[in-house]
Every structure is written in C-alpha cells, then in structure tokens.
Design a protein around this ligand. Structure first.
Ligand code: KG4
Ligand code: ZN
Length: 329
C-alpha cells in the first residue's frame, strides 16, 4: 500500500510517500525556521500563510521524487491535530481537495500518533508492548503501548514541554532559535555539572514539570555571574535528560515491558539518545528511536500512522475536522 502523508501542524510543511508503513520512497520537509527566527518563536498567522504558498510545491516534489503519479497512491493521510489551527487547516484542505479530485481514500491522523509511528520506520521495528516517550516542542508524554494504535497515557508535563523549555531558555540567553538544536550543539563543549539546576521528580510518577527549571535557569542567566553558553547549555540539557531518562526507564520497569521508544523533536538530542540507550542497556531493555530526520516534524510518520489505521480497518472520510487540542487517547 502506497501512502502519501501530509503534515502542516506547526511551522514545517511536509509531504512524504511511504510503502507498506516501512519503506520511505520520498520525504520532503519545507522548514519555516528563517521566517520565525526574528520573532524568537512561531507566529501562527505567518506560519499558515507560508503553508498556503508551499503545500502544493511540497506535495508535487514528494510525488515526483518517489517516481510516482497520483494514480499510484492508495491512501492520503493528513495531520488533523493537535497543532496551530490555521496551519492544520491548510494541510487538511489540500488533502481533502486532492483526495476528492483524484478519488483517493483519505484518513485524518493525530500528530502525536505520527511521532509514535516514526518508530515503525526503524530497523528492527520495535516489539510491543512498549513504553514510549513523546518529547517535542509542545508535548512531553509517557505512553504505554499495548499494540500499534492501542495507547494508555501514563503521564505528561504539568506545565512546559521539554522542547519548549529548551527554546525559552535559549531565547532568554540570546542563543538563537530554535533552542533545542543550539543547546545540543553548545553542550558538546560544556560542563554538565557547571550548575546544579533543579530536577522535578514529582513523587516518582510519570508526570513532568519543567517550569521550576526554566525559572532557575532564567534567574541564573540574569544573575551576577552568568555561565558561559556551553556550560549553561550542558547543565540545562543534563537536568532535562536526567528526568526524561529516569522516568521513562522507571515506567518501563513498573509496567513490565521490555521495549522503550523515544520520539518527537527533542528525541533528536544527542545526549538524550545516548543516555537513554545506555540506561536501557543497563536494564536489558530494547531501545528504539527514529533517525533524527524522523524525530522532528515530517510527513513520513503521518503516512505510517495512516497506513496503520487503514490496515486496522478504519474507513476513509472527507468529513473530519481539524482540532487544535486533539488528544491522543
Ligand atoms: O516534534 P517537533 O519538530 O515539533 C513539535 O511537534 O513540537 O519538535 C520541535 C522541538 C523544538 O522545541 C526544538 O527545539 C526541539 O524539538 N529540538 C531539539 C533538537 N532538535 C529539535 N531539542 C534538543 N536537541 C535537538 N537536537
Ligand atoms: Zn511534532
């Protein structure tokens, strides 16, 4: 089954063609980073307007570079939420129009389910049941996966998401936008113990809180002896990675699963990847994280999520709505 995925929930306009939920034939991502950098964050109205300009060229490029034509597609899958409503509407309107014009079945997909399904592109594919950490700019959630498409929410952030914390700290320190990749790069040359920033353990459960850390870091940046950027980056990163890794591994042990998955934009972080891998190995747990390009927003993951829905019997529809706060479960 050949699936065209479309993703436009935030500031990335993406299209991809994936065969049988595993083989990526093309994956095009048009980033708007340069457009939003001067504002230090995504401006929703600007994002939606740029999506209008890029969505059709991006779709054409995805189909062309897969060497296919519209008639070769068996399904279109599009992100219908959660995300910025104006951005979502552009992708969904394009998907519905093209599905109707070319008579191709259409399925609406949850963006978070897309992030989870990015793990299905890994070799070997993860073996379920698993505990999955979704860690991105807007989300930090721990999910128990009994099967593909069957999710139990174990906990999530009570305030800021991990990526949001990195972005806000970097912005406050004048390090640039988006903060996650900058902090990842700077931290390579910094000391993780330069500052003992707070970790919120919240009684050891599966919930997270990063607002206390954010406040402590901003106070340190604005204080009398601010840290050098590499030391600041390494210390903040360590505080976040510590909590993400311990809570994910604890959840896996508590629920008796042998597989851990980490996905979403922050899963591109070098320290999170290596620390989680080492912690999982120590506990004899299998560890899966997608290649970096499939951690950050992309449409291959949306195609995989659509494929799963189709093979599990979900029928196609042109009547679904976009939802800014669409829950995963
Ligand atoms: O999944 P994503 O592309 O978009 C959302 O669904 O939110 O995640 C974006 C987030 C941003 O906060 C960005 O700073 C963070 O992922 N990010 C990283 C890295 N690359 C992207 N955070 C840490 N290290 C990275 N290498
Ligand atoms: Zn995302």
């Amino acid at each position: 089954m050949i699936v065209l995925g479309i993703e436009s929930s935030c500031d990335e306009c993406a299209a991809a063609v994936v065969e049988d939920g595993r083989r990526v034939l093309s994956s095009i991502v048009s980033s708007q980073v340069d457009l939003h950098a001067r504002y230090g964050g995504v401006v929703p109205e600007i994002a939606a307007r740029r999506h209008v300009e890029t969505v059709l060229p991006v779709l054409k490029e995805a189909i062309d570079s897969a060497g296919l034509a519209w008639k070769d597609l068996d399904l279109i899958a599009v992100t219908r939420g959660p995300g910025l409503i104006g951005s979502l509407l552009v992708g969904v309107a394009a998907a519905k129009s093209l599905a109707l014009a070319h008579q191709i079945p259409l399925i609406g997909v949850n963006h978070l389910e897309g992030h989870i399904c990015a793990c299905h592109l890994c070799d070997p594919a993860p073996v379920l049941p698993a505990v999955c950490l979704i860690v991105s700019g807007g989300h930090t959630d721990l999910i128990l996966m009994e099967a593909w498409g069957r999710y139990r929410w174990l906990g999530g952030t009570l305030d800021d998401a991990a990526g949001e914390t990195l972005d806000k700290v970097a912005r406050c320190a004048g390090l640039g936008y988006p903060g996650g990749p900058v902090i990842d790069r700077l931290a390579q040359d910094g000391r993780a113990d330069a500052a003992a920033f707070p970790r919120s353990w919240l009684d050891g459960g599966s919930d997270f809180s990063f607002s206390g850390l954010k406040t402590a870091v901003i106070r340190s940046i604005q204080g009398e002896n601010p840290l050098a950027p590499p030391d600041l980056a390494a210390s903040v990163q360590a505080a976040i990675v510590d909590v993400l890794v311990k809570k994910t591994i604890n959840a896996a042990i508590h629920h008796g699963v042998a597989q851990v998955m980490v996905t979403g934009g922050v899963a591109a972080n070098s320290s999170l990847r290596s620390t989680m891998e080492a912690a999982a190995r120590l506990r004899k747990l299998a560890f899966t994280t997608p290649p970096r390009v499939y951690c950050t927003d992309n449409a291959a993951m949306i195609a995989v999520a659509g494929w799963f829905k189709r093979v599990q019997g979900e029928s196609s529809s042109l009547s679904f709505d976009t939802e800014a706060s669409l829950p995963l479960v």
